[in-house]
Design a protein around this ligand. Structure first.
Ligand code: SAH
Length: 232
């Protein structure tokens, strides 16, 4: 892991990003102050540090992406988080979204199917002190039954359909935010579970996420290891 270095320059750039998000319609103060405080550059490869506070998605390991800050802020706002909420995130990726959630609720559980991302994100989140986040290596289609029910569930990859396990693991009164669609475009949906266990659905427009894939993947890590053996 690279050195966990934060600077005044980076802090300044974060405040500029917050201003930009406000101008794009994000007005949730707690979300904006989380974004102002979290060193997003540390969730990226050093090659991208210069651009880390642009409102853009960037590549991370295993051909995945860290979401655009606007998307992180928007999805987070749709969750209507309360400080004592228990939240499940599907798609840990870099861990950045999980760090934002961790400052706004009691406990975050995050599941990732790419082993290398799971390992990097859990180490980084721990090192940065986001101690109310637990990362899991697994298939998000199964949710995380051992920790259910969840007050809120956030899916950060594009799902071809709403996985039924996630609906089962949602607490009564809970909310699931999930981008749903076939192909590259999805519709941002919020599903609310009533106290009686019925569901209602709201739509918040089009979006584009990397796909929600089935099963787990450790091949990326393996091929890296092989490469290292050859280079040694
Ligand atoms: N929340 C991330 C953005 C991740 S991009 C961040 O803040 O950086 C979406 C992630 O979902 C990718 O890392 C991808 O590997 C993961 N993903 C896709 N299908 C999955 C599944 N079935 N279970 C868990 N994670 C999955």
């Amino acid at each position: 892991m690279h050195k966990l270095e934060d600077t005044y320059k980076m802090k300044g750039l974060r405040l500029r990003l917050v201003k930009e998000l406000k101008s794009k319609g994000i007005d949730h103060e707690a979300i904006l102050s989380a974004i102002a405080s979290i060193p997003r550059h540390l969730f990226l490869d050093k090659a991208f540090w210069e651009w880390a506070y642009k409102d853009q998605a960037f590549p991370i390991a295993a051909n995945q992406t860290i979401s655009q800050p606007y998307t992180v802020a928007f999805q987070t706002s749709l969750l209507d988080l309360k400080f004592d909420d228990k939240v499940l995130e599907i798609g840990t990726g870099s861990g950045y979204q999980a760090s934002v959630l961790s400052l706004l609720c009691k406990r975050v559980y995050s599941v990732e199917r790419q082993e290398v991302l799971f390992k990097n994100a859990s180490q980084l989140l721990y090192a940065l002190g986001y101690k109310n986040v637990r990362c899991y290596y697994g298939d998000g289609y199964a949710g995380l039954a051992s920790r259910a029910p969840f007050d809120k569930i956030l899916v950060t990859c594009g799902a071809p359909f709403i996985p039924s396990e996630l609906l089962v693991q949602l607490a009564p009164g809970g909310k699931l935010v999930v981008p749903v669609g076939q192909g590259e475009k999805q519709e941002m949906l919020r599903i609310t579970k009533s106290a009686e266990g019925t569901f209602s659905k709201e739509s918040f427009g089009d979006c584009a996420f990397v796909p929600f894939l089935e099963g787990v993947d450790h091949n990326y890590q393996r091929s890296k290891q092989k490469e290292r053996v050859i280079l040694d």
